[in-house]
Design a protein around this ligand. Structure first.
Ligand code: HEC
Ligand code: HEC
Length: 325
């Protein structure tokens, strides 16, 4: 152990020496470093005093903080509420207008219909997509555990031009608010198997009227003289080869034999829920959905001019809140 000084600069050391050569200096840290340390120590105290910082129970509570000058005690909830209020302020004028407007009026207002279509997208994903598929492209249920009667789509495709009940805005609103349940009688026993076979083959080709059996079996009463369907009955267009159920000859035979919602145990099921009765959606939400669905119905004029983007985004997040309105 030599003296506690480094040989070169004479700086004091702790006296520990390794390998005969390495010593431990006792230099003070630089001034800037000490200042920083002191400043952060003071900041910790100030921060703890101002913010809710101590999670231990004090009288069954916690340290709420003294609050920030001007804005009072800070909490994450308050900050969230303030953010939501900012959104509500943007949305409110739109939401107020919607209450008094019909779906057709909303659609005619370019700005509003854009706002509404955006929140409609979220509402659709939450309430409709399970049956109708994202963006109304349909959900196939082929290969499901269900029997033949369940084959085809869960529900009609909505993003095409083919409507059972009609694709105008008022009808779409009616469908959503009132539900639908199209009915096709079971023809088993009424029409012979051979005739059902002939009918199914004609229908599969998209040419139902090519056989006189189509009229003779009473199909025209619901599907129309031309086989193109009648909106009043929700009967399918049989000439466009757009199939909701199984479109193979076998599948069509099944539909003709057992019908749709006919009460026959093998009947195909087609129930569009009544969203007013279900109480799941408000009138404004159903209007939003009607406009949204109308807009992706193919061939409809898409009125989507400039709209306030902030409002539109606000609408989208509004709709994702579970209990909006
Ligand atoms: C439980 C499944 C199910 C859900 C959920 C559902 N639908 Fe439907 N929807 C159907 C079925 C089935 C039909 C066909 C009814 C028929 O054939 O009579 C239908 C029909 C429709 C039609 C009429 C289509 C046409 O061609 O005329 C529209 C529009 C529609 N649904 C929109 C919606 C909207 C919007 C929602 C969400 C709010 C929704 N549906 C939720 C099953 C569903
Ligand atoms: C009482 C009215 C009624 C009668 C009669 C009727 N249909 Fe239908 N049919 C319907 C309705 C309503 C639908 C649509 C059900 C749905 O999509 O929800 C339908 C659907 C169909 C489908 C399924 C179409 C698809 O997209 O998958 C076929 C096929 C069909 N009918 C053929 C016939 C034939 C053939 C006859 C005559 C033997 C006939 N229907 C008689 C009401 C009727």
């Amino acid at each position: 152990m030599s003296e506690n000084h480094n040989s070169a600069g004479g700086v004091p050391t702790t006296g520990h020496v390794w390998d005969d050569d390495l010593g431990d200096f006792v230099n003070q840290p630089p001034k800037w470093w000490m200042l920083g340390l002191t400043a952060s120590a003071i900041w910790v105290v100030v921060y703890f005093a101002m913010y809710p910082s101590i999670p231990v129970a004090i009288n069954g509570s916690y340290w709420h903080g003294l609050g920030l000058p001007g804005s009072g005690q800070w909490t994450a909830i308050k900050e969230l509420a303030a953010d939501q209020k900012a959104l509500d302020d943007v949305r409110q004028p739109y939401e107020d207008k919607l209450k008094a407007m019909t779906p057709a009026q909303i659609l005619a207002d370019a700005n509003l219909s854009e706002y509404v279509a955006r929140s409609g997208k979220v509402l659709f994903s939450d309430n409709c997509a399970a049956c109708h598929g994202q963006n109304g492209i349909g959900t196939k249920q082929e290969g499901s555990k269900f029997a033949q009667r369940e084959q085809g789509y869960m529900a009609p495709i909505l993003n095409d031009d083919d409507w059972l009940y009609g694709g105008d805005i008022d009808t779409i609103y009616e469908t959503i608010s009132g539900g639908r349940q199209g009915m096709m009688v079971a023809h088993e026993g009424m029409v012979s198997d051979a005739d059902i076979d002939t009918l199914a083959n004609a229908v599969a080709k998209g040419e139902p009227t090519s056989t006189p059996l189509f009229a003779a079996s009473g199909c025209t009463a619901c599907h129309g003289e031309d086989g193109k369907g009648m909106h009043a009955m929700g009967s399918a267009n049989l000439t466009d080869k757009i199939w909701r159920f199984d479109g193979s000859v076998e599948g069509i035979k099944q539909t003709i034999k057992y019908g749709v919602n006919s009460g026959n145990p093998n009947a195909r099921i087609a129930i569009m829920p009544n969203f007013t009765e279900a109480g799941k959606l408000s009138a404004v939400e159903m209007k939003k959905l009607a406009v949204y669905v109308y807009k992706f119905g193919g061939g409809q004029p898409s009125a989507a001019p400039e709209a306030a983007p902030v409002a539109a985004d606000a609408a989208a997040s509004a709709a994702s809140e579970p209990a909006a309105q």
